[in-house]
Design a protein around this ligand. Structure first.
Ligand SMILES: NC(=O)c1ccc[n+]([C@@H]2O[C@H](COP(=O)([O-])OP(=O)(O)OC[C@H]3O[C@@H](n4cnc5c(N)ncnc54)[C@H](OP(=O)(O)O)[C@@H]3O)[C@@H](O)[C@H]2O)c1
Length: 491
């Protein structure tokens, strides 16, 4: 694999430096890029949070985080030592009127690319940006990175967008959807637009339907407060699943320039048929995990995980049927599902092709399966094209379904960088292709919001499903009503 091209020396200010995201994802991602020589030694990573820590304390936390979240074989103590010297810390309450912004300013070089990474709760995005503006810290080479979720609904998203826009231009604003940084998600663009064989069949004439599944085995993992306010529709569908849908459904962009790609994704979001309140019961399923077992290990239900007596109406599972109202996608439903405490951790897109219109083979010659393209985003990243082939041998004509399978790890024999590695370096380079533009965020909320409102207006709670199952049985009914079924390997 080609050695990565070093980026310019930069200053990266990470707000929320003591939080889960920084310790589990951002610092390991920055370490890997440093290890591979992409981040110059003179770059600086400045952590910000309220906790009173010295530079030495912060480096000790960072070192412990690397021990925990970087593969031991990738930890070179000499490199770790050099990486840690790039780190420093400023204790600062971003909401305090007397916050010590000058201490931060003294650590920054006005000539460098400057990244403000907001790994804090979204309520702080507006106040942080305002303070950065007032303190004169937004130089021409500054960029601000916003974590998901951008808001809780359309209104709050618009408020955050306008608060940030009062200080940073759209070109300076990088809204992360880390799914877009995954190698296999980027490969969707290569699959569709670098291979004529797929683009020609990417249409309602040939495709029967599309399934997008993002399943997790974990429960709340210490994020109960956030998750119980959000739920699966806000946490996963509004951003990750709709972004995947966009990459599958969009028209070829005229170039790979960020805005040309985002223009096409926006058209898809705007073409999603709104789900009317009276259709919500038929077209969506919400569930909440109950006690069950994963990998033979008993796990508690959502209520017990929350540790609260009052029942929660938050959904930990969503399945829904979406339609993209364009010539290309007329009569091609997109079935989306995501949930916590499901049997396996999988992110997968299934393109189900239509059955052949006529067969010259006798019915008993095969267990007929229409062609299917399975794109695995995780684990075992790769793709498989299921095709009917003749069974070898002279015992008569019998056909079966066989997969043309590419596993990217064996095909390329290399480690797959984490999505944050790519996205952080794109931010330094100023390439916004894999980040969401404000109008995409708004369009996604616009489509999701009527579902949230219809759910809120109904008295019934989310349907329970045992932890370790594939969600409520209503999810199976949602797709089987249309004479289809969830991809069999998924259960
Ligand atoms: N964790 C994930 O896997 C994940 C995944 C995707 C997106 N996100 C998003 O990333 C963001 C951060 O998530 P997280 O899980 O890392 O949250 P977290 O663990 O709760 O961390 C929040 C951080 O913000 C700091 N903070 C809170 N109030 C502050 C203030 N007034 N001034 C300065 N610092 C303050 C906290 O440190 P002090 O208490 O020391 O101030 C802490 O470092 C959220 O928007 C979340 O939705 C997280």
């Amino acid at each position: 694999m080609a050695r990565p091209i070093p980026v310019d020396i930069f200053d990266c200010v990470v707000f929320g430096a003591t939080g889960d995201l920084t310790l589990r994802k951002l610092l390991p991602a920055l370490y890997y890029r440093f290890r591979d020589g992409q981040i110059p030694d003179a770059s600086r990573i400045i952590g910000i949070a309220r906790s009173a820590l010295s530079d030495i304390d912060f480096r000790a936390r960072a070192s412990a985080a690397l021990e925990q979240h970087v593969a031991p074989s990738d930890l070179d103590q000499n490199l770790v030592g050099r990486f840690l010297t790039c780190l420093s810390y400023v204790a600062l309450d971003v909401t305090a009127a007397d916050a010590d912004w000058p201490s931060l300013e003294r650590k920054l070089d006005p000539a460098r690319v400057r990244i403000f990474y907001l790994a804090t709760s979204p309520e702080l995005y507006g106040p942080v940006c305002k303070a950065l503006g007032s303190a004169g810290l937004n130089t021409g080479r500054s960029r601000v990175v916003l974590e998901k979720p951008i808001g809780h609904d359309l209104q709050s998203a618009r408020e955050i967008i306008s608060e940030v826009a009062a200080v940073f231009t759209e070109a300076q604003t990088f809204r992360i959807d880390h799914f877009l940084g995954k190698e296999t998600v980027q490969n969707l663009m290569a699959l569709r637009f670098a291979n004529t064989i797929f683009e020609r069949v990417w249409t309602t004439d040939v495709i029967d339907h599309v399934q997008i599944t993002v399943s997790e085995t974990v429960g709340l993992e210490g994020r109960a407060g956030y998750y119980d306010r959000a739920g699966a529709l806000r946490d996963m569908v509004q951003n990750h699943l709709l972004q995947l849908l966009c990459l599958i459904a969009m028209e070829p962009p005229v170039s790979l320039e960020a805005d040309r790609v985002r223009d096409e994704k926006l058209k898809v979001l705007r073409a999603l048929r709104p789900i009317a309140p009276h259709e919500v019961t038929a077209l969506t399923v919400r569930g909440q995990y109950a006690q069950g077992a994963i990998d033979g290990r008993p796990v508690p239900g959502y209520q017990a995980d929350l540790g609260r007596d009052t029942p929660s109406g938050t959904e930990t599972f969503v399945a829904l049927k979406a339609e993209v109202m364009t010539w290309r996608w007329a009569n091609v439903p997109f079935y989306l599902r995501t949930g916590k405490r499901l049997p396996r951790k999988v992110s997968e897109i299934v393109i189900q092709f239509r059955a052949q219109p006529f067969s010259i083979f006798p019915a008993e010659a095969a267990d007929w399966q229409p062609n299917r393209l399975v794109i695995r985003l995780q684990p075992e990243e790769g793709m498989r094209l299921d095709m009917m082939t003749k069974d070898p041998g002279s015992g008569g004509l019998h056909l079966s379904c066989t997969g043309l399978d590419i596993r990217f790890d064996t095909a390329f024999g290399t480690r797959f960088p984490d999505a944050y590695e790519r996205l952080l370096m794109d931010t330094v380079r100023g390439d916004a292709t894999l980040f969401m533009r404000h109008d995409e965020v708004e369009a996604a909320w616009h489509w999701v919001e009527p579902i949230l409102e219809a759910w809120a207006a109904r008295p019934e709670a989310p349907r329970p499903y045992p932890a370790g199952s594939w969600g409520p049985t209503a999810s199976i009914a949602l797709i089987e009503r249309d004479g289809r079924s969830w991809h069999e390997e998924m259960g």
